[in-house]
Design a protein around this ligand. Structure first.
Ligand code: IPE
Ligand code: IPE
Ligand code: MG
Length: 239
C-alpha cells in the first residue's frame, strides 16, 4: 500500500460548465468528493493524504470564485473537524497563511489544535500552496553557504509550509480532470512518486477510483534508480 497519497483535485469547473452550471457549483460538488475520498483513504488505512485545494496561482481567478472557494474551506473545517477527531484523523493545512482571511486562519488553527493528537491518518490540505515558493522559502531559511542535508532541507520545507514534519515522501500522486501536469504541487516530495492521471472530473471521483489508482500503483515497479528485479544480481565474489 502507498503510505502517502497526494491528489490534485482538478476538473470542478469543467464538470459544472458542461452541465450548464456555474463553476462554483462544481466546487461545492468537489467538497463532497473530498469527504468521500478522506473516508475511503481512512478505510484503506492510508497513513497520509495530501489534497491540493488551492494553488498560489489560483489567486488569478475571479474574486467571486475565490470567495466561494474560501467559504467552502471554512465550512469544510467547521463541519468536518469533529468527524476527524472521531475517526482519528489529524488535519493540517500546508501553504502560506498570510494571504488568507482572519476567520479562515482561525478556523485552520482550531482544526489543527483539535486534531493534533489524532494518529490514525494525517490529512493535509494544501491552500495557497506553491511548491516552488516552499523550496525558495526553505532555502532562504537555511541561509547561503550552509552544508545542509536532504533531511534538513525537508525540515525547512515543512517549516515553510506550516507543516508538521515526519510525513513520508509521496508514493502515489493522483490528478483528476484529464490534465497531465503537476501545477506546482509537492515538487520536492514527489521525486519518486508514481503518477496516475485520471480522466474523471473531481466531483465524480469515488472510492472505486481511489482503489483503481492504488491497484495501478501496485502494478508499477519502483526502482529508485536501481536495476529492479529482472536483472540477476551478480554472484558475490565472481568478479
Ligand atoms: C480544481 O478544479 C479546483 C481548484 C483549482 C480550486 P478547477 O476549478 O481547476 O476546474 P477546471 O480545471 O477548471 O475544470
Ligand atoms: C491545480 O489545478 C490546483 C488545484 C487543483 C487546486 P489548476 O486547475 O489550477 O491547474 P492548471 O492551471 O490547469 O495547471
Ligand atoms: Mg483546473
Amino acid at each position: 500500500m502507498p503510505r502517502h497519497i497526494a491528489v490534485i483535485m482538478d476538473g470542478n469547473g469543467r464538470w459544472a460548465t458542461t452541465r450548464g452550471r456555474p463553476r462554483t457549483f462544481g466546487h461545492a460538488s468537489g467538497a463532497r468528493a473530498v469527504k468521500r475520498t478522506v473516508e475511503a483513504a481512512r478505510r484503506l488505512e492510508i497513513e497520509a493524504l495530501t489534497l491540493y485545494a488551492f494553488s498560489s496561482d489560483n489567486w488569478r481567478r475571479p474574486d467571486t470564485e475565490i470567495a466561494a472557494l474560501m467559504a467552502l474551506f471554512r465550512r469544510y473545517l467547521a463541519a468536518e473537524t469533529e468527524r476527524c477527531v472521531e475517526n482519528g484523523i489529524r488535519l493540517t493545512v500546508i501553504g502560506r497563511r498570510d494571504r488568507l482571511g482572519g476567520t479562515l486562519r482561525r478556523a485552520i488553527a482550531a482544526s489543527e489544535e483539535a486534531t493534533a493528537e489524532c494518529r490514525d491518518m494525517h490529512l493535509r490540505v494544501a491552500v495557497d500552496y506553491s511548491a516552488r515558493d516552499m523550496i525558495l522559502d526553505a532555502a532562504s531559511r537555511l541561509g547561503a553557504g550552509g552544508q545542509f542535508t536532504r533531511e534538513k532541507f525537508s525540515e525547512a520545507m515543512a517549516a515553510a509550509a506550516h507543516a508538521p514534519g515526519g510525513v513520508p515522501d509521496v508514493d502515489l500522486l493522483i490528478r483528476t480532470g484529464g490534465e497531465q501536469r503537476l501545477s506546482d504541487f509537492l515538487l520536492w516530495e514527489c521525486a519518486y512518486a508514481e503518477l496516475v492521471f485520471s480522466p474523471r472530473m473531481w466531483p465524480e471521483f469515488a472510492e472505486r477510483d481511489l482503489e483503481a489508482a492504488i491497484t495501478e500503483f501496485q502494478r508499477r515497479e519502483r526502482r529508485f534508480g536501481d536495476v529492479g528485479d529482472e536483472a540477476p544480481a551478480a554472484a558475490i565474489g565472481s568478479a
